[in-house]
Design a protein around this ligand. Structure first.
Ligand code: FES
Length: 224
């Protein structure tokens, strides 16, 4: 349903359709908001908080990917406070992940975290401490690398498997620093409902999931 509703983003009035989120409207007019757990094919999750924005009249920043626009809303996407908050969030992630630079051949979205960490100069060990996610690089399947030490718990892999493929092959176990992406009974992928479609690899923003075939092929090409 189209209405005459208008939102103002960074000073620019923009008409929107009821039901659209701030994030979607901003993207539509080229005001890209940083994000990590967002994938346009999936239901918004609101987990990473990178997409926070300031909304006039609201005391705290809101996640733009889960906040629907309302008529007359006035939004700022990159105030000094918001940018500082994003940097701190990225420093927390960067401190926990043992590796930020990953092989781009791991997957289509694998450079998303690296790009944001560089953009915000967030490469620090400021919050060094406990780590979540433990790699299962010994999983014997020939297609998908499971390097969960690089996982940031955005659940894009779990969500794409369920929402796009309807396979529900992977899920989440435990919480906090014990969070772990897993399969039913924590079995290898081959013993799960996984069809090796590769969607999880292609949506992973950190390279925690990798395309073993592409990486193998590249290594053979350069004679490794
Ligand atoms: S992109 Fe909105 S919370 Fe992650």
């Amino acid at each position: 349903m189209t209405t005459n509703s208008t939102i103002t983003i960074n000073g620019q009035p923009v008409a929107f359709t009821v039901g659209e989120t701030i994030f979607e409207i901003a993207a539509r007019v080229g005001k890209t908001i940083p994000a990590l757990c967002y994938d346009p094919r999936l239901d918004a999750f609101g987990g990473c908080r990178l997409c926070v924005v300031r909304v006039e009249g609201m005391r705290a920043p809101v996640a733009s990917c889960t906040t629907k626009a309302t008529d007359g809303m006035v939004v700022e996407t990159a105030t000094a406070q918001i940018e500082s908050l994003r940097k701190t969030l990225l420093e927390m992630v960067a401190s926990e992940n043992r590796q930020i630079d990953v092989d781009p051949l791991r997957g289509y979205a694998s450079q998303e975290l690296t790009t944001l960490v560089d953009r915000y100069a967030a490469r620090t060990g400021r919050f060094a401490g406990a780590y979540s996610g433990h790699s299962k690089t010994d999983d014997p399947n020939p297609f998908i690398l499971r390097d969960y030490d690089l996982c940031i718990s955005c659940y894009r892999c779990v969500r794409v498997c369920a929402e796009q493929e309807g396979d529900y092959a992977i899920s989440v176990m435990n919480r906090g620093f014990h969070t772990q992406i897993t399969t039913e009974f924590d079995n290898p992928l081959k013993e799960s409902a996984c069809t090796f479609c590769g969607q999880c690899v292609q949506t992973c923003p950190t390279g925690a999931l990798g395309d073993k075939k592409a990486m193998r092929f590249a290594n053979e090409e350069i004679g490794d």
